[in-house]
Design a protein around this ligand. Structure first.
Ligand code: ZN
Ligand code: ZN
Length: 67
């Protein structure tokens, strides 16, 4: 039996996160991308931040045109 680093439960099978090396169970990570929930959330946050930055840039450009 192995232990999931996310929920701390003993499960039959764990996967290793390629980002942080944590063991995670089927429910607490993405088996296909080999990312635990922590890293998955982190990546989603980064993407959201990037999109927000792009929107800021566009708004800046539009403002400059009006001035
Ligand atoms: Zn788990
Ligand atoms: Zn991870």
């Amino acid at each position: 039996m192995s232990k999931c680093n996310i929920c701390e439960k003993e499960v039959e099978e764990v996967f290793i996160c390629k980002e942080c090396g944590a063991s995670f169970c089927r429910e607490h990570g993405d088996v296909d991308t080999e990312l635990c929930d922590d890293c998955r959330n982190y990546e989603l946050e980064e993407k959201k931040q990037e999109e927000a930055d792009i929107i800021d840039d566009i708004q800046d450009m539009e403002q400059e045109e009006h001035e």
